[in-house]
Design a binder for this molecule. Structure first.
Ligand SMILES: [Zn+2]
Length: 198
């Protein structure tokens, strides 16, 4: 099965073949990291403090209602020129991150000023996979988990303030807030789970 992206890569390969053949390694580098369908993932977002109605990950503002495109940023926050390397790069920590499953996303230790929410997301374009997470060139928020489920062991006032913030953010991103047990099934409408082959 060839995706549009495959077609473009194939055209690039053909063009390159006119001058100098690519090595097997170069061909694999072109093809292997690309996911053919969006891959689903889960991540916690810290609630920005002071409150703002959007989601941030390491300097990236995730765009409401459309894809967020990863940029390579150095600790100072400056954006590296894109010709430096493709994003995400094996040799660099850049890209938009998500865990492969909900349990990992909830297990990951996180300190925040104002709390967190759990979101499901899809990633596509260039995607690099690790054992339990991926990082992608592009990603988009699909849904949020209801804080009454993810924060069941927190104080009621925390559940309420988190829920109030999330309602505004979900409206901004135009995605639903779902019971935790429905999150995975709903997200699979928009992408596939990563299954390791071999
Ligand atoms: Zn980078």
């Amino acid at each position: 099965m060839l995706s549009d992206r495959d077609g473009r890569e194939a055209a690039k390969l053909d063009g390159a073949n006119d001058t100098q053949p690519l090595t097997i390694e170069e061909i694999e580098n072109l093809k292997v990291p690309d996911a053919f369908a969006p891959v689903v993932g889960y991540r916690r977002f810290a609630i920005p403090w002071p409150y703002r109605n959007y989601l941030v990950q390491k300097g990236h503002r995730w765009v409401p209602q459309e894809p967020t495109v990863a940029q390579c940023r150095r600790p100072g926050g400056s954006v590296e020129p894109s010709f430096d390397h493709v994003v995400p790069a094996q040799s660099c920590g850049c890209g938009l991150y998500a865990w492969l499953d909900i349990e990992e996303a909830l297990r990951y230790y996180m300190t925040t000023m104002a709390g967190w929410v759990l979101a499901s997301v899809i990633g596509w374009g260039r995607v690099l996979f690790d054992e339990d997470f991926w990082r992608a060139e592009q990603a988009q928020v699909v849904a949020f988990a209801d804080p009454r489920d993810t924060h069941y062991n927190k104080l009621q006032i925390v559940q309420q303030s988190t829920g109030a913030w999330l309602k505004r953010v979900a409206a901004n991103y135009e995605v639903p807030i779902l019971p935790l047990e429905e999150l995975r099934e709903y997200t699979l409408i928009f992408g596939e789970e990563y299954v390791e082959h071999g």
